[in-house]
Design a protein around this ligand. Structure first.
Ligand SMILES: [Zn+2]
Length: 638
């Protein structure tokens, strides 16, 4: 998860003028409310139980005080019943996620919640603290541990456990471990590779789409951002990473850390490519990482990612239940609140598992019956017994987009109908659509008719064609924005809401103008060189390269690395530990990366930081053949 909400708390977007709620939306939210299990108040108990103290400041700031990283007051509006502009189920979910502070979970087990998108769990060992998942940024993690120490005393951190390879579970580590000397850092096997590479190759596209998913630039509010589904929002601080000192490789592995016994279950390729659950037999506490949540998770995250395996996810939960269920009294997870009582935990795991299993099995059953992804998405719903549980609801992942992900995993993008094999690109199809409909006015009238009838899904399709045919059609853009807003107000999923609201804003105001994300120095430093050269390869612009070709050697002496690089036919090929006929570029890797990123290669060469042996002339123009992708590329316009 990327910190695209970085400025969300400061960059206010007021949608109040556009906040008219249609009768259709009001009716849809009222009808939806009738289906909800309001009598089940267990989560209200679990989300508040053991509360010790809140943070003593309204905000967490950067070390120099110049910037707000986290604002505890941002969700103060979440009082009373849901307004018409918010799905009532999502409103309730947001109210529970907003409970912030230090909580006692069990004897010697505490949690910091509501300080970031994720939780930090703190276990009191014999001589110090064991930190599980130190939040997303160093500032929030430091504030969290400072609050905990007011209750627990000034104990040192003896160990850190990363449950999995996503940034919101390790990015704050330097906030709790300023000096890693002597601190054990424990993570699942493969953690480091996935932590630094999951978002490299497709990073720009994922980052742009993440602005939609996490509601970048939206202020929290009744007409704005309403959580990111899995948690409130990602903090906007400093992302850090300390590599693990110990990898957990297999289920059944045990460790004693600072006098505390831990039993591990590795769960690769579930919510993350490297992830693990673990059990504290001395406390009866089970940590299910991000494999279990207070919401259905994403089988395919809408910002883009490799598709996940819903069946494996369910199967690992079955294994968790068998390995630890009988001995568990309390369950903690990486997001949201704990669950208390062995029976309640077992019941939760079984029901939550069944939701993923049902999603998978029924999507595949319909697929084998000949239904295609959109048809499956429109009909797969959890049965009442599973839908009656709040934690199976789609605040983050939804049955709709997850069932399409199951289809994608097995079948790919093609639905088997050759009419869909080679369709026109959106803008070209839009031109023909508008012509067939009898022109722009007719299309706009049809969009308005659909809007007035509350048929927003159709209105969005019709008006999207009109905008792609003629992006200057202001009336079309405004009506499409209003359409997206009504769908946002009805959405139970926090991220669906965010996507609709960001789309509406960009239709009205154009694409944003934000600078490229600053990539963490810790993350770059830990990224294998081969991945960085892969990233360079996918930035190669064949038109700018033309018929030129390059061959050179790259040497990073401080890493003892050497690569042979050739560029021709629009392709960059790199091979480790090989040599090609051509000049050799020798440089500290960080200097080389900096020079490439800022297109200041010539300056670095002149200053002597980068040395070139052999023909410099054969490298001429090399800096010009790579694209710098636009971090704000258009999405809802052509
Ligand atoms: Zn997470």
């Amino acid at each position: 998860m990327r910190a695209v909400l970085a400025v969300a708390l400061m960059c206010a977007f007021t949608g109040a003028a556009n906040a008219q709620v249609s009768d259709a939306t009001r009716a849809a939210n009222a009808a939806f409310s009738q289906t909800l299990p309001w009598g089940d108040r267990e989560d209200e108990d679990f989300a508040t139980r053991g509360f010790i103290a809140a943070y003593d400041q309204p905000q967490i700031r950067t070390a120099d005080g110049s910037r707000v990283v986290w604002d505890f007051t941002a969700y103060n509006f979440l009082q009373g019943a849901a307004p018409d502009t918010v799905n009532p189920s999502l409103w309730r979910h947001a109210q529970l996620l907003a409970r912030a502070g230090l909580f006692r979970v069990a004897d010697r087990v505490y949690q910091i919640r509501g300080f970031d998108v994720s939780n930090m769990t703190i276990v009191v060992g014999e001589a110090g603290l064991i930190i599980i998942d130190p939040l997303a940024s160093a500032e929030t993690a430091a504030a969290g541990i400072a609050l905990a120490r007011r209750t627990l005393g000034d104990l040192p951190v003896r160990a850190v456990i990363y449950t999995h390879s996503h940034l919101d579970h390790f990015g704050g580590v330097r906030g709790v471990v300023p000096d890693p000397t002597g601190v054990e850092i424990i993570a699942p096997e493969g953690f480091m590779e996935h932590a630094v590479t999951e978002n490299v190759i497709a990073g720009n596209a994922m980052g742009r789409r993440a602005m939609y998913q996490f509601g970048a630039g939206l202020s929290p509010g009744p007409e704005g951002q309403m959580t990111s589904g899995i948690g409130l929002a990602v903090s906007a601080g400093t992302f850090t990473l300390i590599p693990p000192t110990r990898s957990i490789t297999h289920t059944g592995e045990t460790l004693t850390v600072d006098g505390v016994r831990i039993e591990f279950q590795v769960t690769p390729d579930t919510e993350a490519p490297a992830e693990m659950n673990f059990f504290f037999p001395d406390f009866g506490v089970l940590c299910l990482a991000e494999n279990a949540n207070a919401t259905m998770h994403n089988v395919l995250t809408p910002r883009g990612a490799l598709v996940r395996d819903a069946k494996a996810w369910a199967d690992y939960l079955t294994e968790s239940l068998r390995l630890f269920g009988d001995r568990t009294q309390i369950m903690v997870t990486s997001h949201a609140w704990p669950r208390f009582g062995g029976d309640r935990v077992r019941d939760f795991i079984a029901s939550h598992r069944d939701a993923y299993k049902y999603l998978h099995d029924q999507s595949v059953r319909l697929m084998n019956a000949g239904y295609t992804d959109r048809e499956i998405a429109d009909q797969v719903r959890l049965p009442d017994s599973l839908a009656a549980r709040w934690f199976n609801h789609g605040y983050y992942g939804t049955m709709m987009h997850n069932s399409r992900a199951v289809y994608q995993r097995y079948m790919g993008w093609y639905d088997g109908n050759p009419a869909d094999l080679n369709p026109l690109p959106p803008a070209e199809e839009a031109v023909r659509f508008v012509r067939a409909m009898g022109g722009e006015d007719r299309v706009l009238a049809e969009g308005q008719r659909a809007f007035d009838e509350g048929d927003y899904r159709w209105a969005a399709r019709v008006l999207n064609n009109l905008v792609f045919d003629n992006p200057q059609n202001t009336a079309a853009r405004q009506l499409l924005a209003r359409t997206h807003r009504q769908m946002a107000y009805q959405a139970e999923s926090g991220i669906w809401r965010n996507m609709y609201l960001v789309a509406a804003r960009e239709l009205e105001q154009g694409t944003p103008d934000r600078p490229p994300a600053v990539v963490s120095a810790d993350l770059i430093g830990s990224t294998p060189t081969s991945y960085i050269l892969d990233l360079l390869a996918v930035r190669l612009n064949p038109e700018r390269l033309g018929n030129r070709h390059y061959a050179f050697n790259l040497v990073f002496p401080e890493r003892n690395e050497r690569f042979a690089v050739t560029i021709e036919n629009g392709v960059l090929v790199h091979e480790r530990d090989q040599t090609v006929a051509g000049p050799t570029i020798t440089s500290p890797r960080a200097v080389f990366l900096q020079a490439m990123a800022t297109q200041s290669m010539a300056r670095a060469v002149l200053s002597g930081q980068i040395r070139i042996q052999g023909s410099r002339r054969s490298l001429e123009g090399l800096g010009d053949v790579f694209d710098t992708p636009d971090p704000n590329f258009p999405i809802v316009t052509p």
